[in-house]
Design a protein around this ligand. Sequence first.
Ligand code: SF4
Ligand code: SF4
Length: 266
Amino acid sequence: MTCEAGVSPQTILSAGNRMALDDCFSFACNPALDCFGRCCRDVAIVLTPYDVLRLKRALGIDSTEFLEKYTLSPQAPGQKFPIVMLRMREGDKLCPFLSAAETPGCQGCSVYAHRPWACRMYPLGAAEPKTPTPADQPFHFVIRENLCHGHDRNEPVSVRQWMESQGAETFEMMGAGFKELTLHDFWDGDRPLTQPQAAMFYMACYDLDRFRRFVFETRFLQLFELDEARIEALRADDEELLEFAIQWLRFAIFGERSMKMRRGRQ
Ligand code: SF4
Ligand code: SF4
């Protein structure tokens, strides 16, 4: 995609492009626009663990099948941990969840109620300093692309209003633990993940149903102290399991005391 104002790091970090929650921008998106759905083609959408959880549940399939069918996990030089991206269709490069444009009554996204955080936020991006200071706080910025005609509308909306209207808060809340994990000081060191650690990270963050089997079908529960209520919650509740997966990764990779081993197992 090409950008009018660009989204280079320099542009994003420039003071003029930084928006606080109550700052406004002009934008409106609706199915009547001639660009409707163009933003869902040939686009790089990084999925958070909560995005994967919501999509696999919405589709009624397990996380392993979802990851195999709909995602890629690219590896770039210097990349610190596994990431997962939506895989565009071969050929036309459309998002697999975009309803065919020729479908009568096409409403665009077939997983709209469960669409990923990045889709909800667009045309806003978010940036977060690793160590916020009074002068360097988290902020949002507007992404301007030639293909998107939503900017042509004179309908001011604040960042906060946009996020509320898109149901982004739940995704922000459920993504907080993962964000903390990815901003951890561990990644500043010169300690790349070993292959088993990378595989553990991928499973715990993204392949949640496989992680559940790891917890319940191995010696895992014999090694760690967990009360019965928590164990039952992990068995049945994906959100609880994702929170626990992050807790486990902090123990297993960062060496934090986020888990308690049973006596005699240390
Ligand atoms: S206005 Fe922008 S976000 Fe909305 S459909 Fe058009 S390209 Fe996509
Ligand atoms: S998930 Fe939905 S909103 Fe996001 S790119 Fe695909 S079709 Fe578009």
